[in-house]
Design a protein around this ligand. Structure first.
Ligand code: EPZ
Length: 426
């Protein structure tokens, strides 16, 4: 198995072009089957979650080809009605295909989404909304059996502004008979991107980016070309790499407003944050100060940056407090940072962090995608070498992380655990 070997202590300097967004691309791929004809997606990140999703789409007759980050997708010959467990379980957003496939095929058999280390992540709001729009759905031995004649418009009020449920129900409603209104909708940027894409295919959507979205159903959607926007979470991770190593990093080709919450906490901690039309630069030439973090839905502090930010606070001056309000168990990084000499005390969804002067290189294991990123950041700041195991988690959402970090001056390489003589608990 591969590991990442990180030699710390070098301040990072330079500019990084941020790749396309994993979460936005996954949302688009959940909806591409709503349209017929060809869809061309550019700036698609080369991450494993995307490849897994494409393999699942193939099972329903979707044909695709890659050419240098551009995905050519043909949904003219949709077929079949069931998906294999092994193609569905690896990624949660497989489930977000249910509504769009039902809208095109009328009946679907789809295994329930797999478990996740960061929380229970139920799909009750998705199911309730699809049923309100007329779907008949039964769960039988872990598999959803679903049917619909034609979806009909509905007034849906979400109990929590779930990004996934908003995306799933908004996209499905584009082919419904009548008007659907989603209240308490998520305003995460990926919802806005998905609406822009669906409108490009001919959908009629108003209010994406606000808490009330109206969708006027149409009879069919076509194809189109669409560029995946830059990944705000990969961008945030590179900016934190600049801060934690006391260097200066510029994330380019991004929407600066997506970094507002992270940027304001870095300013509070004593870093310099500069903003340009499509870039943000973070610089730090001294040890940063402790701050309080509370994760919230967008535009609050993103839960997906909580773990990388915690790695930064592990070396800050003073006592930090991190409260995770979105997921009940997004703390797999805490014990690993303590292995590196950190002083983190986790109770429930809160972590108290006594900042230490320096972390020590050690063998650590990623428990999930963002925990993996946090450990790489900690390794960049630590004394000596850190070996990060379970790299497959990082590959799910970071497009060639080590090459981009090396371009900023980092010493990081991917080797097999045999080469690094590391005994993985596996
Ligand atoms: C998306 O997940 C992202 N994933 C997550 O990023 C991100 O953490 C999350 O939004 C919040 O920003 C993708 O886009 C692929 P939710 P999603 O539905 O859609 C509860 C990463 O690191 N909920 O907004 O699953 C749920 O349990 C990943 O890239 C229900 O209770 O998020 C959670 O506590 C991790 N019932 C909260 O809402 C439901 O039916 C937010 O979930 C649906 C959700």
């Amino acid at each position: 198995m591969n590991v990442l070997r990180v030699t710390g202590g070098t301040p990072l300097f330079g500019e990084v072009d941020v790749p396309g967004s994993k979460n936005a691309a996954l949302a688009l791929l959940s909806s591409v089957v709503l349209g017929s004809g060809q869809t061309i997606l550019t700036n698609v990140p080369d991450v494993s979650d995307i490849h897994i999703k494409l393999r699942l789409l193939e099972q329903f007759g979707v044909r695709f080809s890659w050419h240098e980050g551009t995905l050519f997708i043909d949904t003219d010959n949709l077929e079949g009605w069931e998906a294999d467990e092994e193609r569905v379980r690896p990624i949660r957003t497989s489930f977000y295909l249910l509504g769009p496939l039902l809208a095109r095929l009328g009946r679907i058999k789809l295994p329930a989404p797999g478990g996740c280390k960061i929380g229970a992540r139920p799909v009750d709001l998705h199911l309730k909304g699809l049923q309100q729009m007329g779907a008949r759905i039964e769960l039988d031995s872990g598999v959803y059996m679903a049917e619909v004649d034609r979806f009909r418009g509905a007034n849906i009020v979400l109990e929590v502004p779930s990004a996934g449920a908003t995306q799933h129900l908004m996209s499905t409603a584009t082919l419904a008979d009548g008007v659907t209104v989603i209240t308490n909708a998520s305003i995460e940027p990926e919802v806005v991107t998905l609406a822009e894409y669906l409108i490009r295919l001919g959908a009629r959507i108003e209010g994406a980016g606000t808490t009330t979205i109206s969708i006027m159903g149409v009879n069919e959607l076509g194809g189109g070309e669409f560029r995946v926007p830059a990944d705000r979470l990969q961008a945030g991770t590179y900016l934190l790499a600049g801060a934690i190593t006391r260097g200066s990093v510029t994330a380019r080709g991004i929407l600066p407003e997506h970094q507002a919450a992270v940027g304001s906490k870095l300013l509070e901690a004593g870093a310099d944050v500069e903003v340009g039309p499509d870039w943000v630069r973070v610089s730090a030439n001294k040890r940063l100060d402790a701050v309080k973090i509370k994760t919230m839905p967008y535009p609050g502090f993103p839960t997906d940056m909580q773990q990388p930010m915690t790695a930064l606070l592990a070396t800050a001056n003073g006592t930090s407090f991190v409260e995770e309000t979105i997921y009940e168990s997004r703390s797999g990084h805490v014990s690993q940072l303590n292995r590196m000499g950190g002083s983190l005390d986790q109770k429930g969804n809160a972590t108290l962090i006594e900042g230490v002067e320096t972390l020590q290189g050690a063998y650590v294991e990623a428990s999930d995608l963002r925990a993996g990123a946090a450990l790489v950041l900690a390794g960049l700041a630590a004394e000596g070498e850190t070996v990060v195991g379970n790299v497959h988690y990082i590959d799910r959402g970071y497009d060639d992380l080590e090459a981009r970090l090396v371009s900023l001056g980092a010493t990081i390489e991917r080797t097999s655990d045999q080469e690094s003589g590391t005994v993985l608990s596996g």
